[in-house]
Design a protein around this ligand. Structure first.
Ligand SMILES: Cc1cc2nc3c(=O)[nH]c(=O)nc-3n(C[C@H](O)[C@H](O)[C@H](O)COP(=O)(O)O)c2cc1C
Length: 403
């Protein structure tokens, strides 16, 4: 639980835009908080109150400094979401679902609508550049009763943007408004948007976009702090979060996204940018513990030790099992392959273990490799040691295959 002291006339409050600077014993941050409730006896200098800041999207309470699982194609499926939830993710988003796929009854799109009650609060993300299709798809999404419906205005992939889907719509803001309005009108629950800074460096309009989306009735905005042209290159430009906060004068929550890949980076994003929530994507792939670790770090300033080797293997086994139940054995085994890099990163013999798993096409075969790991009998080039190796080069983060 976090309590903050708000002080007026002390350079800590900006009455023009309602933003208050507050502190919880750490560097000051800027955040919108309710008006102070108690005046000092002298009537001016100090308005102090104890306030527990809780972030809400509409009436959905996400607690203080929530950490959100990003929508990720072929990653943020029910098996992975369930694990992330267990390790502390405060809000989950599904991978994006094509609105065309939904209305034409494509089996894989329909399957992506499924979620377990235990995953709540959950947002289902849709994309599409055809207003009528998106409207109809919204009715289908609404019918399965997620907590939120999210519109993807950020996907950079060519085949999506060329039809005004994803980040493509950043070149046509009137149509972005039309799509947003269609979704809000068709939905009986809160609508959120995830987008990027702009199409390219020459056309960054995120401040105007944020203002427009709030005025249309969007209930929270997630921003991946890169342009579409950047794709996944270069650093995410967190300085834009502060500009969005200050210049768009948002009252809805702003969710920061991009390169929050460790507990320290998550805390840094909270501390330096004024975002209300941090969304984690690649940092969670093969690493669902990031939510637990980040929460602990936010609360205590201390890093938890990495999960024990046996816990790691248990989670890999469970993830594999859930994937196979979800997708069928063959597809489940193949799709799990992109996870092992994260699960074994930084461990001796990681590449030998991965290459042994890659040769397996059946659940039992992968389980056998994992059993050998458990018994520390794995016959890689070096004797297997289930301990983290220090001084490992930072891994290159994965990018979506289709981009
Ligand atoms: C494998 C993969 C799939 C992704 N799929 C989606 C998606 O379906 N919808 C979406 O809005 N963003 C998608 N993204 C983008 C992420 O949600 C996120 O914005 C991006 O990875 C930056 O955050 P990060 O640095 O924490 O990874 C995807 C990213 C990756 C790596």
């Amino acid at each position: 639980m976090h309590f903050w002291l708000a002080v007026e006339n002390d350079g800590l409050v900006n009455p023009s835009n309602g933003l208050w600077k507050y502190s919880c014993g750490l560097p000051f941050q800027t955040r919108k908080v309710p008006k102070p409730i108690r005046h000092s006896p002298k009537g001016c200098l100090i308005h102090s109150f104890l306030h527990r800041f809780e972030m809400k999207i509409s009436s959905i309470d996400l607690g203080s400094r929530p950490i959100v699982l990003a929508p990720m194609e072929d990653v943020s499926d029910p098996p992975f979401r369930i694990l992330c939830k267990r390790f502390g993710a405060d809000l989950l988003y599904t991978e994006f679902i094509s609105s065309g796929g939904l209305i034409y009854d494509a089996e894989d799109s329909i399957q992506k609508l499924e979620f377990d009650e235990s995953e709540r609060p959950i947002g289902i993300q849709i994309f599409g550049g055809d207003v009528e299709q998106v409207r109809q798809a919204t009715h289908l999404v609404d019918a399965v009763q997620p907590d939120l419906i999210d519109i993807n205005f950020g996907c950079p992939v060519k085949k999506v943007v060329c039809r005004d889907g994803g980040a493509g719509i950043l070149r046509n803001l009137p149509k972005m408004a039309e799509i947003t309005k269609a979704v809000i009108d068709a939905a009986s629950r809160p609508v959120t948007v995830k987008t990027r800074l702009g199409w390219n460096d020459e056309s960054i309009q995120i401040v105007e976009v944020a203002r427009m989306l709030e005025d249309l009735g969007v209930q929270a905005l997630a921003v991946h702090a890169r342009t579409r042209s950047q794709m996944y290159k270069g650093d995410a430009r967190w300085q834009w979060f502060k500009r969005i906060r200050d210049e768009a004068n948002l009252t809805i929550p702003l969710i920061g996204n991009g390169d929050a890949t460790s507990p320290q980076r998550i805390e840094e994003m909270f501390e330096t940018t004024g975002v209300d929530a941090v969304m984690v994507g690649r940092g969670a792939i093969g690493n669902p513990w990031i939510f637990r670790e980040a929460k602990h770090y936010l609360e205590t300033g201390e890093l938890l030790p990495p999960p024990e080797w046996s816990e790691r293997l248990d989670v890999v086994r469970e993830h594999l099992l859930l994937k196979c139940k979800w997708l069928g054995e063959r597809k489940g085994v193949l799709e799990m392959r992109r996870m092992y890099g994260g699960y074994f990163r930084g461990f001796r013999n990681a590449s030998a273990i991965r290459s042994a798993i890659m040769q397996e096409f059946q659940f039992d075969g992968v389980m056998e490799v994992l059993e050998k790991c458990e018994r520390e009998e794995y016959s890689g080039d070096e004797p297997f040691v289930g301990k983290r190796v220090t001084g490992v080069k930072r891994a290159v983060l994965p990018v979506p295959v289709s981009s």
